[in-house]
Design a protein around this ligand. Structure first.
Ligand SMILES: *Cc1c(COP(=O)(O)O)cnc(C)c1O
Length: 392
């Protein structure tokens, strides 16, 4: 049996062909593949606009910038996430306030968010960053109501959940990142995620104004459009109109662009996204069946509708022992996540053990089992067998 990681990309001959074709085209970057990928992704997610970027972290940073996060702003997120969900607030000088999680879903607990909001005068907080952790969709309809009450924006970190959804109060499926409730949503195309482009990210939104700001920030804050210029035609060197070369850098942006060949790879992978989701849900169902009556493994609530299963997390007795035993068997399970507020950087900002008891309790037992579309039945059976063998 070859080594079995917790997550793995799947590159097909078709993917390779389109990447090679793009490499041979006149454009390595800023070519037509980027817009194609954006349009197809927006359609898949059900949002109006999509902006492709260098990675998911850049996507978070630009979201925070576009929403105007600044020093003195307080933003709420979950500690059970990859650090980038919180760090984007810090890039802009804002303060991160961690809520606790719901121990049944592992998602940010709306009651814990309410508690924070009610404890402070209105206007203390400016935004919330919920994370569709492991691929399970946050109920953003509820969060939108709360956010409107407190005049907050929402950035949905949907890195784990392309294709995932929740069912709203009218019975409608609401796809992660569709922009119906969150102001902005972000995705990552890192190889362990559903859609891989090497490095890559995407922002989706239904807000045209934010969309325009994001396009500018992605390329140094430069605009290239006659009706947006600030300087005069005479200054620009024209007579009755702006000359062809003219452009203006109007705000401080970045180079956060994705390349054309990465976009081509992402777009090719997007075509198989639904197939991948079907496989992930099958794998989840098998894990659930295998462990539902097995006492040392907990945290199982059945296969959840709309869950995109980026991760399959269990809560295990003697987690360290199990982790090490599985490694000896070449099964590389992983831990998601070490609570973000207890990273030394955030401890340095005042956070300490005991601050978020539910997230900390979750961390003591969580372990993510191998979960990716090309995991074979035999490999999964081996993983299950080894876990059962570990407990006498
Ligand atoms: C992967 C990930 C990110 C960051 O994406 P990169 O493309 O690696 O920068 C942010 N948030 C979450 C929840 C992630 O899983």
């Amino acid at each position: 049996m070859e080594a079995i990681p917790y997550g793995k990309q799947h590159i097909t001959e078709e993917d390779l062909a389109i990447v090679i074709e793009t490499l041979k085209s006149p454009y390595l970057t800023q070519g037509p593949k980027i817009k194609e990928f954006e349009d197809n992704f927006a359609k898949y997610i059900g949002a109006k606009y999509a902006v492709a970027l260098a990675n998911g972290t850049a996507a978070l940073h630009l979201c925070a910038m576009a929403l105007g996060v600044k020093e003195g702003d307080k933003v709420i997120t979950t500690p059970i996430t990859f650090a980038a969900s919180a760090n984007c607030v810090r890039y802009c000088g804002g303060e991160v306030v961690f809520a606790d999680i719901d121990p049944d879903t592992y998602l940010i607990d709306i009651d814990s968010v309410k508690e924070l909001l009610e404890k402070s005068p209105k206007g203390t907080y400016t935004g919330i960053i919920p994370v569709d952790f492991a691929g399970r969709a946050v109920n953003l309809e509820e969060f939108r109501k709360l956010a409107d009450e407190y005049n907050l924006w929402i950035i949905e970190d949907a890195c784990h959940s392309p294709g995932g959804y929740f069912t709203d109060s009218t019975g409608k499926q609401q796809k992660c990142g569709n922009g119906n409730f969150a102001d902005l949503a972000i995705f990552s195309f890192h190889p362990v995620k559903h859609i891989a482009s090497g490095e890559g990210g995407m922002i989706t939104t239904n807000d045209e104004k934010l969309y325009q700001i994001l396009l500018q920030l992605r390329t140094h804050g430069i605009v290239k459009s006659d009706n947006l210029y600030v300087n005069s035609i005479e200054f620009a060197g024209g007579t009755d109109k702006y000359p062809g070369w003219y452009m203006e850098m109007q705000t401080l942006g970045y180079n956060y662009r994705i390349t054309d060949f990465q976009a081509a790879l992402g777009d090719s992978q997007l075509k198989r996204a639904d197939e991948g989701l079907v496989r992930r849900r099958e794998i989840a169902a098998r894990y659930f069946d295998a462990f539902k009556d097995f006492a040392p493994i907990k945290g199982q609530s059945g296969v959840v509708e709309g869950h995109a299963y980026h991760l399959y997390v269990i809560e295990a007795e003697d987690r360290l022992g199990l982790y090490n035993y599985l490694r000896e068997q070449k099964i590389f399970a992983q831990i998601h996540y070490i609570p973000c507020h207890l990273m030394p950087y955030y401890r340095g900002l005042g956070w300490k053990e005991g601050d978020k008891p539910k997230a900390e309790a979750y961390y003591r037992h969580c372990i993510s089992l191998p979960m990716y579309p090309t995991l074979t039945e035999a490999e999964q059976a081996y993983v299950i067998e080894k876990i059962k063998q570990y407990y006498p």
